[in-house]
Design a binder for this molecule. Structure first.
Ligand SMILES: [Fe+2]
Length: 350
């Protein structure tokens, strides 16, 4: 299986993984042989790319830390939570559902500790906020496990990450999933979402102080340069410092109209360059060691111009995975092959 950006899809390519919307509904089934209409539909949904199955990559398994069905369950829970006022759902039942989904995600993360985070995520931009919240939760959970957080803190962290932007529904409901860039005035107004989310969770639910305050602090900076209260360093909850990095990472790598998206390697560079300023050094160190910037199944361009698919990542050597050349199916271990030392990866095709 390999990841193909929407712009490079061709009729006849076969889907390796199904495509779902935020409510878990299957839009296109696995094994669908793509038609021109399917490709137009995928682009219309704002999906950045999909996994396809072909001869050269059939044996490549794309495994993730959290099972696809658990992720799907998380996205649909988040969507329900954000739309509660419209649905009139009973609060207790909703809180139980959040706890259950968080537990499933944390269990998956704990049992796949050795697996590196596979960062190509299939999301549609019409439901951007829900997919983003789910991704941020998974990523925060992985960072939390790598930082050896006790399980209670881990549950609180993932809960806060899933719900961190819920205040947006209260501040500017029509702009929660806006597909255009916000005006400076709207951006300013939207900043109230951290406080609004905190107040909402505190008054309506009983997730506890750590969850509520982490939501309140998720836009604070390590040096006090963030908002709303300019807290810094240890004044910030550890969970908020982790959530901050996960949130920025997913926001910057996501493709959305009107906004530039960045390559994972560029975002890691950006985050590293702002260590001690915007981000907690310990969190950055963990992120740097544990996230693969070239996910298995993704296409890369090598410094000699050849295209290849990432087959395997080597922990601690994220820049030098094993790749399979598209031209002849030969594999190069960029970490171990002596005659490949001068070859680097120059681009990830996402
Ligand atoms: Fe936010």
């Amino acid at each position: 299986m390999r990841y193909v950006p929407a712009g490079q899809l061709q009729p006849g390519m076969v889907l390796g993984q199904g495509l779902h919307d935020a409510s878990g509904r299957m839009l296109l089934a696995p094994n669908t042989s793509l038609t021109n209409e399917n490709i137009t539909y995928i682009k219309f949904l704002g999906t950045a790319g999909v996994y396809i199955d072909d001869e050269i990559t059939r044996d490549i398994q794309v495994t993730d830390v959290v099972r696809p069905e658990v992720k799907s369950e998380a996205v649909s829970m988040i969507q329900q939570f954000f739309c509660r006022s419209a649905e009139n759902v009973e609060l207790d039942a909703e809180e139980r559902l959040v706890r259950l989904v968080v537990e499933n995600v944390v269990n998956d993360v704990l049992s796949n500790e050795a697996v590196m985070y596979n960062m190509v995520d299939i999301k549609t931009y019409n439901d951007y906020t829900y997919f983003h919240s789910m991704n941020t939760g998974v990523m925060a959970g992985i960072l939390g496990v790598k930082m050896e957080l006790p399980e209670d803190d881990l549950n609180d962290l993932v809960t806060a990450a899933f719900l961190h932007d819920v205040g947006k529904v209260l501040v500017l409901p029509d702009l929660v999933n806006a597909t255009r860039k916000l005006t400076p005035a709207e951006e300013e107004e939207m900043k109230k979402h951290a406080w609004a989310g905190y107040e909402y969770l505190r008054k309506e639910y009983s997730f506890g102080d750590q969850v509520n305050e982490t939501v309140y602090q998720h836009h604070e900076w390590y040096n006090g340069g963030g908002y709303p209260n300019h807290l810094k360093g240890r004044e910030l909850l550890r969970n908020a410092r982790i959530l901050k990095a996960a949130d920025v990472y997913d926001t910057m790598t996501s493709q959305r109209p009107g906004r530039k998206s960045y390559q994972p390697a560029e975002v890691i560079e950006y985050i590293m360059s702002r260590t001690g300023m915007e981000f907690d050094p310990k969190v950055v160190e963990t992120m740097n060691a544990g996230f693969c910037i070239y996910p298995v199944g993704s296409e890369v361009v090598l410094s000699d111009g050849r295209h290849a698919i990432v087959v395997e990542n080597h922990p601690g050597f994220v820049q030098r995975p094993t790749v399979r050349l598209l031209e002849d199916g030969k594999e190069i271990n960029l970490r171990g092959d002596r005659n490949a030392y001068n070859i680097t990866i120059v681009k990830l095709m996402i």
